[in-house]
Design a protein around this ligand. Structure first.
Ligand code: KIV
Length: 279
Protein backbone atom coordinates (compact mmCIF):
# COMPACT_ATOMS: atom_id res chain seq x y z
CA UNK A 1 0.00 0.00 0.00
CA UNK A 2 1.56 3.30 -1.14
CA UNK A 3 1.83 5.90 1.62
CA UNK A 4 0.13 8.66 -0.38
CA UNK A 5 -2.09 10.66 1.95
CA UNK A 6 -5.85 10.39 1.39
CA UNK A 7 -7.34 13.85 0.80
CA UNK A 8 -10.76 15.42 1.26
CA UNK A 9 -11.29 15.87 -2.53
CA UNK A 10 -10.38 12.20 -3.04
CA UNK A 11 -13.04 11.16 -0.52
CA UNK A 12 -15.58 13.42 -2.23
CA UNK A 13 -14.70 11.97 -5.66
CA UNK A 14 -15.52 8.46 -4.42
CA UNK A 15 -19.21 9.38 -4.64
CA UNK A 16 -18.85 9.20 -8.42
CA UNK A 17 -16.07 6.60 -8.53
CA UNK A 18 -18.15 3.96 -6.82
CA UNK A 19 -15.37 2.51 -4.61
CA UNK A 20 -16.80 2.32 -1.10
CA UNK A 21 -15.12 4.44 1.58
CA UNK A 22 -13.79 2.53 4.59
CA UNK A 23 -13.66 4.16 8.02
CA UNK A 24 -12.69 2.82 11.44
CA UNK A 25 -12.16 4.54 14.77
CA UNK A 26 -8.81 4.57 16.58
CA UNK A 27 -7.84 6.30 19.80
CA UNK A 28 -4.14 5.55 20.27
CA UNK A 29 -0.85 4.92 18.48
CA UNK A 30 -0.77 1.10 18.14
CA UNK A 31 -4.36 0.71 16.91
CA UNK A 32 -4.03 3.68 14.55
CA UNK A 33 -0.90 2.05 13.06
CA UNK A 34 -2.82 -1.18 12.43
CA UNK A 35 -5.81 0.60 10.89
CA UNK A 36 -3.64 2.78 8.66
CA UNK A 37 -1.40 -0.09 7.55
CA UNK A 38 -4.52 -2.07 6.55
CA UNK A 39 -5.35 0.68 4.04
CA UNK A 40 -8.51 2.03 5.71
CA UNK A 41 -9.37 5.39 4.08
CA UNK A 42 -10.33 7.42 7.16
CA UNK A 43 -9.36 7.06 10.81
CA UNK A 44 -11.98 8.59 13.06
CA UNK A 45 -10.89 9.66 16.52
CA UNK A 46 -14.47 9.42 17.70
CA UNK A 47 -15.78 10.64 21.01
CA UNK A 48 -16.86 7.00 21.46
CA UNK A 49 -13.41 7.21 23.08
CA UNK A 50 -15.29 8.17 26.25
CA UNK A 51 -17.21 4.90 26.38
CA UNK A 52 -14.85 2.30 24.91
CA UNK A 53 -11.52 3.58 26.27
CA UNK A 54 -12.10 5.99 29.16
CA UNK A 55 -14.98 4.13 30.85
CA UNK A 56 -17.46 7.03 30.91
CA UNK A 57 -21.16 6.16 30.75
CA UNK A 58 -21.64 8.28 27.61
CA UNK A 59 -19.85 10.51 25.10
CA UNK A 60 -21.02 13.77 26.71
CA UNK A 61 -18.34 13.56 29.40
CA UNK A 62 -15.42 13.70 26.94
CA UNK A 63 -13.39 16.93 27.13
CA UNK A 64 -11.41 18.85 24.52
CA UNK A 65 -8.16 18.02 26.35
CA UNK A 66 -8.95 14.30 26.20
CA UNK A 67 -9.75 14.49 22.47
CA UNK A 68 -6.52 16.41 21.75
CA UNK A 69 -4.45 13.93 23.80
CA UNK A 70 -5.77 10.88 21.92
CA UNK A 71 -5.82 12.63 18.55
CA UNK A 72 -2.12 13.47 18.89
CA UNK A 73 -1.27 9.79 19.44
CA UNK A 74 -3.32 8.77 16.38
CA UNK A 75 -1.82 11.51 14.19
CA UNK A 76 1.69 10.35 15.10
CA UNK A 77 0.82 6.89 13.74
CA UNK A 78 -1.18 7.63 10.59
CA UNK A 79 0.68 8.12 7.32
CA UNK A 80 -2.00 7.50 4.69
CA UNK A 81 -5.56 7.73 6.04
CA UNK A 82 -7.50 10.97 6.45
CA UNK A 83 -7.63 11.70 10.18
CA UNK A 84 -11.06 12.96 11.28
CA UNK A 85 -11.74 13.94 14.88
CA UNK A 86 -15.01 14.40 16.75
CA UNK A 87 -15.64 17.81 18.26
CA UNK A 88 -16.72 16.83 21.79
CA UNK A 89 -20.00 17.94 23.36
CA UNK A 90 -19.74 21.55 24.54
CA UNK A 91 -16.97 22.48 22.11
CA UNK A 92 -19.23 23.79 19.30
CA UNK A 93 -22.61 24.62 20.87
CA UNK A 94 -21.63 27.82 22.72
CA UNK A 95 -20.89 30.08 19.76
CA UNK A 96 -19.55 29.91 16.22
CA UNK A 97 -16.36 31.68 17.42
CA UNK A 98 -15.83 29.08 20.15
CA UNK A 99 -16.40 26.29 17.62
CA UNK A 100 -13.72 27.74 15.30
CA UNK A 101 -11.33 28.18 18.24
CA UNK A 102 -11.78 24.55 19.34
CA UNK A 103 -11.58 23.20 15.77
CA UNK A 104 -8.37 25.21 15.24
CA UNK A 105 -6.91 23.51 18.30
CA UNK A 106 -7.81 20.05 16.96
CA UNK A 107 -6.17 20.92 13.61
CA UNK A 108 -3.05 22.69 14.97
CA UNK A 109 -2.26 20.79 18.18
CA UNK A 110 -3.82 17.46 17.25
CA UNK A 111 -2.89 17.52 13.54
CA UNK A 112 -6.38 16.43 12.42
CA UNK A 113 -7.24 16.63 8.72
CA UNK A 114 -10.92 17.31 9.41
CA UNK A 115 -13.42 17.61 12.26
CA UNK A 116 -16.80 15.92 12.72
CA UNK A 117 -19.77 17.39 14.55
CA UNK A 118 -23.25 16.12 15.31
CA UNK A 119 -26.54 17.70 14.23
CA UNK A 120 -28.45 18.72 11.11
CA UNK A 121 -30.10 22.03 10.09
CA UNK A 122 -29.30 23.86 13.36
CA UNK A 123 -25.59 23.19 12.79
CA UNK A 124 -25.49 24.55 9.22
CA UNK A 125 -24.31 28.03 10.25
CA UNK A 126 -21.47 26.59 12.37
CA UNK A 127 -20.44 24.19 9.58
CA UNK A 128 -20.37 27.03 7.03
CA UNK A 129 -18.22 29.17 9.36
CA UNK A 130 -15.76 26.32 9.99
CA UNK A 131 -15.49 25.60 6.26
CA UNK A 132 -14.92 29.34 5.57
CA UNK A 133 -12.14 29.18 8.19
CA UNK A 134 -10.47 26.43 6.13
CA UNK A 135 -11.51 23.49 8.30
CA UNK A 136 -12.99 20.46 6.49
CA UNK A 137 -16.14 19.27 8.30
CA UNK A 138 -17.89 15.90 8.38
CA UNK A 139 -21.54 15.96 9.46
CA UNK A 140 -23.28 13.33 11.59
CA UNK A 141 -27.07 12.85 11.65
CA UNK A 142 -29.60 10.21 12.69
CA UNK A 143 -28.68 8.76 16.07
CA UNK A 144 -26.37 11.43 17.46
CA UNK A 145 -24.93 9.97 20.69
CA UNK A 146 -24.09 13.39 22.24
CA UNK A 147 -27.82 14.20 22.32
CA UNK A 148 -29.11 10.63 22.70
CA UNK A 149 -31.14 11.50 25.80
CA UNK A 150 -33.04 14.18 23.86
CA UNK A 151 -33.72 11.56 21.16
CA UNK A 152 -35.14 9.15 23.76
CA UNK A 153 -32.03 6.96 24.02
CA UNK A 154 -29.87 4.99 21.60
CA UNK A 155 -32.70 4.36 19.12
CA UNK A 156 -33.13 4.04 15.37
CA UNK A 157 -34.04 7.44 13.87
CA UNK A 158 -36.18 8.46 10.89
CA UNK A 159 -38.72 5.67 11.11
CA UNK A 160 -41.77 7.84 10.33
CA UNK A 161 -42.24 9.65 6.99
CA UNK A 162 -42.06 12.99 8.84
CA UNK A 163 -38.84 12.09 10.70
CA UNK A 164 -37.31 10.76 7.47
CA UNK A 165 -38.19 14.02 5.63
CA UNK A 166 -36.51 15.97 8.40
CA UNK A 167 -33.33 13.81 8.11
CA UNK A 168 -33.23 14.43 4.35
CA UNK A 169 -33.54 18.18 5.03
CA UNK A 170 -30.72 17.90 7.61
CA UNK A 171 -28.43 16.17 5.12
CA UNK A 172 -29.19 18.74 2.41
CA UNK A 173 -28.50 21.62 4.83
CA UNK A 174 -25.16 20.09 5.90
CA UNK A 175 -24.10 19.47 2.29
CA UNK A 176 -25.10 23.03 1.32
CA UNK A 177 -23.12 24.38 4.29
CA UNK A 178 -20.01 22.65 2.96
CA UNK A 179 -19.66 19.30 4.77
CA UNK A 180 -17.38 17.05 2.72
CA UNK A 181 -19.20 13.92 3.91
CA UNK A 182 -21.97 12.96 6.31
CA UNK A 183 -22.18 10.09 8.81
CA UNK A 184 -25.64 8.47 8.91
CA UNK A 185 -26.13 6.55 12.17
CA UNK A 186 -28.98 4.12 12.94
CA UNK A 187 -31.29 5.08 10.09
CA UNK A 188 -33.53 2.62 8.18
CA UNK A 189 -31.68 1.42 5.06
CA UNK A 190 -34.25 2.81 2.56
CA UNK A 191 -34.04 6.28 4.17
CA UNK A 192 -30.21 6.20 4.16
CA UNK A 193 -30.44 5.34 0.47
CA UNK A 194 -32.76 8.33 -0.18
CA UNK A 195 -30.35 10.61 1.72
CA UNK A 196 -27.39 9.21 -0.23
CA UNK A 197 -29.22 9.99 -3.49
CA UNK A 198 -30.28 13.44 -2.25
CA UNK A 199 -26.80 14.84 -1.52
CA UNK A 200 -23.71 15.28 -3.70
CA UNK A 201 -21.30 14.44 -0.86
CA UNK A 202 -20.52 10.89 0.31
CA UNK A 203 -22.56 9.34 3.11
CA UNK A 204 -20.81 7.09 5.63
CA UNK A 205 -23.20 4.63 7.24
CA UNK A 206 -23.20 3.00 10.64
CA UNK A 207 -26.40 1.03 11.06
CA UNK A 208 -27.72 2.65 7.89
CA UNK A 209 -27.68 -0.22 5.39
CA UNK A 210 -25.48 -1.03 2.44
CA UNK A 211 -26.36 1.80 0.05
CA UNK A 212 -24.26 4.49 1.76
CA UNK A 213 -21.07 5.57 0.00
CA UNK A 214 -18.96 4.16 2.85
CA UNK A 215 -19.14 2.43 6.22
CA UNK A 216 -17.75 3.18 9.67
CA UNK A 217 -17.51 1.01 12.78
CA UNK A 218 -16.09 1.54 16.25
CA UNK A 219 -12.97 -0.64 16.29
CA UNK A 220 -13.61 -1.92 19.83
CA UNK A 221 -17.06 -3.15 18.69
CA UNK A 222 -15.89 -4.92 15.53
CA UNK A 223 -12.97 -6.58 17.33
CA UNK A 224 -15.06 -7.69 20.31
CA UNK A 225 -13.11 -5.49 22.73
CA UNK A 226 -16.08 -3.71 24.29
CA UNK A 227 -18.74 -5.89 25.85
CA UNK A 228 -20.93 -3.43 27.79
CA UNK A 229 -23.32 -3.69 24.83
CA UNK A 230 -23.07 -4.52 21.13
CA UNK A 231 -25.44 -2.64 18.82
CA UNK A 232 -27.39 -4.71 16.23
CA UNK A 233 -25.50 -3.01 13.40
CA UNK A 234 -22.09 -4.25 14.55
CA UNK A 235 -20.46 -7.22 12.84
CA UNK A 236 -17.86 -8.75 15.12
CA UNK A 237 -14.84 -9.72 13.02
CA UNK A 238 -12.89 -11.04 16.03
CA UNK A 239 -13.32 -11.76 19.72
CA UNK A 240 -10.13 -10.10 20.97
CA UNK A 241 -11.30 -9.86 24.61
CA UNK A 242 -11.39 -13.65 24.85
CA UNK A 243 -7.91 -14.01 23.33
CA UNK A 244 -6.51 -11.37 25.69
CA UNK A 245 -8.21 -12.92 28.74
CA UNK A 246 -6.77 -16.35 27.86
CA UNK A 247 -3.28 -14.87 27.47
CA UNK A 248 -3.49 -13.05 30.83
CA UNK A 249 -4.69 -16.22 32.59
CA UNK A 250 -1.86 -18.25 30.99
CA UNK A 251 0.69 -15.65 32.18
CA UNK A 252 -0.73 -15.76 35.71
CA UNK A 253 -0.58 -19.60 35.74
CA UNK A 254 3.02 -19.58 34.43
CA UNK A 255 4.21 -17.07 37.05
CA UNK A 256 2.49 -18.92 39.88
CA UNK A 257 3.89 -22.27 38.69
CA UNK A 258 7.42 -20.87 38.23
CA UNK A 259 7.30 -21.60 34.45
CA UNK A 260 7.94 -17.97 33.52
CA UNK A 261 10.49 -16.53 33.08
CA UNK A 262 12.57 -19.27 31.46
CA UNK A 263 16.33 -19.06 30.82
CA UNK A 264 15.67 -17.54 27.39
CA UNK A 265 13.86 -14.59 29.04
CA UNK A 266 16.67 -13.97 31.58
CA UNK A 267 20.05 -12.19 31.45
CA UNK A 268 23.26 -13.95 32.44
CA UNK A 269 26.61 -12.47 33.55
CA UNK A 270 30.25 -13.54 33.42
CA UNK A 271 30.88 -16.23 36.03
CA UNK A 272 34.14 -14.55 37.27
CA UNK A 273 32.17 -11.38 38.06
CA UNK A 274 29.55 -13.41 39.84
CA UNK A 275 32.24 -15.34 41.77
CA UNK A 276 33.57 -12.05 43.15
CA UNK A 277 30.22 -11.50 44.81
CA UNK A 278 29.84 -14.94 46.30
CA UNK A 279 31.53 -15.76 49.63
O1 KIV B 1 -17.70 8.59 18.11
C1 KIV B 1 -17.74 7.76 17.19
O2 KIV B 1 -17.02 6.74 17.17
C2 KIV B 1 -18.65 8.01 16.08
C3 KIV B 1 -18.94 6.88 15.17
C4 KIV B 1 -19.89 5.95 15.81
C5 KIV B 1 -19.44 7.35 13.84
O3 KIV B 1 -19.18 9.07 15.97
Amino acid sequence: MADVKVTVPEIQARKQGGEKITVLTAYDYPWALLVDRAGIDMVLVGDSLGMVVLGYPDTVSVSMDEMVHHLKAVSRAVVRALVVVDMPFGSYNVSVEKAIENANRLMKEGRADAVKLEGGCPMAETVAALVRAGIPVQGHIGLTPQTASALGGFKVQGQSAEAARSLIADARALAAAGCFSIVLEAIPAPIARLITEAVAVPTIGIGAGGDCDGQVLVIHDMLGLFDRFTPKFVKQYARISETVAEAIEAYKRDVQAGCFPEACHSFSMKSDELDKLLP
